[in-house]
Design a protein around this ligand. Sequence first.
Ligand SMILES: Cc1cc2nc3c(=O)[nH]c(=O)nc-3n(C[C@H](O)[C@H](O)[C@H](O)COP(=O)(O)OP(=O)(O)OC[C@H]3O[C@@H](n4cnc5c(N)ncnc54)[C@H](O)[C@@H]3O)c2cc1C
Length: 445
Amino acid sequence: MVSGNGAAVARSPAGTGAGPTAAVAGHVEPAARGIVPTVVIVGAGFGGLRAARALARAPVRVVLLDRHNYHLFQPLLYQVATAGLEPEGIAKPVRAILRGQRNLEFRMAEVTGVDLAARAVRTDVGDVPYDHLVLAMGGETDFRGIESVARNGFGLKDVEEAVAIRNHVLRCFEEATLEADAARRRALLTFVVVGGGPTGVEMAGAFSELVRLVLVKDYPRLNLADVGILLLEASDRLLVAMPPRLSGAAAETLRAKHVEVRFGAAVEAYDGTCARLAGGEVIPARTLVWAAGAKAAALTAALGLRTARQGRIMVEPTLQVPGHPEVYVVGDAAWLEHARAPLPMMAPVAIQMAETAARNIRRRLAGRAPEALRYRDPGSLATIGRSAAVAYIHGLSFTGFPAWVVWLVVHLVQLIGFRNKLLVLLNWAWDYFFYDRAVRLITKR
Ligand SMILES: Cc1cc2nc3c(=O)[nH]c(=O)nc-3n(C[C@H](O)[C@H](O)[C@H](O)COP(=O)(O)OP(=O)(O)OC[C@H]3O[C@@H](n4cnc5c(N)ncnc54)[C@H](O)[C@@H]3O)c2cc1C
């Protein structure tokens, strides 16, 4: 087999189609040698998937690598955690998504490093040589060094964590019904969400509705006075990326839904039964969901590339890594400043970066200079449960039902696959009309 970078490689026993013989000294562009170049993409999230699709008609061979065999729509993870959606509704196998793309090969693999000199990606199933590399490995929860929270609290980044939260919360209700001690019962029914960004706001709103609209029917002996849902924010407002008017509206809506919103509340420790705040206050709670930070995926630290805050790799406006024009970083793993602020870790950023990186690969193949990213901010949205949301789009801010409808449409349109869209729409309609959450299953003890 001849790889794009011109090195004959032996098929490894694991069938990776790549061997370690790809060392390139005095690299000559493979296209110039009449060989189809290989583009390796790490990560099949928003960025990686878009880059792969954007290269569908390019004269390249694309190898897409991900540790999971599915693409995950993370913005709806909180609905899996609060029993609103099944994981299958927000995830789809990568092979099914890219089935028709003839220049693409998907490999399920854990990427452990990159040999930049040899131009090879190291994985747990062998090395994969590349001519162009797109790193789109996303981010992970940043517990900000608070060990006890990382150990005893929940992050919300993947399917396993979302299902673990669902199982845990439902189990707390089962245990609470059997608990005679009032203080212990209240701790079982106290749910702390840390971080007043979009994920924290959406999570707290969804918790409140799960309890007050649904679980109250399952547990008729439940005393709602025992239930506490707290949203703790260290700064003085929610949704800092939005205008203050929307931050205020979000806090007001949450309070109307019986969420206790507290500002200047920084969690310092959590032992699984009590959260301790800076200042010494202790909140007994058996559930703590940490939505107060994200950083680049662990892999970024293993690459020896220059990183900025949150461990994100610094890139040129063309998305290329300084000194390595054949390497692009997109999405949450990339650090690029735009209008004097870093681009946020959000799906539209990842998608637009991926489009630019793919375009620049095509331009380089055609002997043209790469172009800088021209970022168009599509705005931001956060929902706060039934008929309530806040939206800030192209300088316009609006709240309530209109914002909620926009939120519904945007998320439905962005979900991948007709079946997923239909599943999610059906679930939403059912929950809306019947005040239900269909997925109230405890699948693990
Ligand atoms: C709970 C939650 C809610 C969110 N809500 C919103 C929202 O409402 N709106 C919005 O715009 N954004 C939202 N985001 C952020 C958005 O999901 C991310 O910005 C976006 O997913 C980034 O895309 P990406 O391609 O960089 O990374 P990802 O989509 O995270 O994809 C990275 C991929 O790389 C793979 N990977 C990572 N490391 C390795 C490795 N070592 N080996 C192999 N594969 C690896 C992962 O499995 C994953 O498939 C939310 C995120 C979370 C967690």
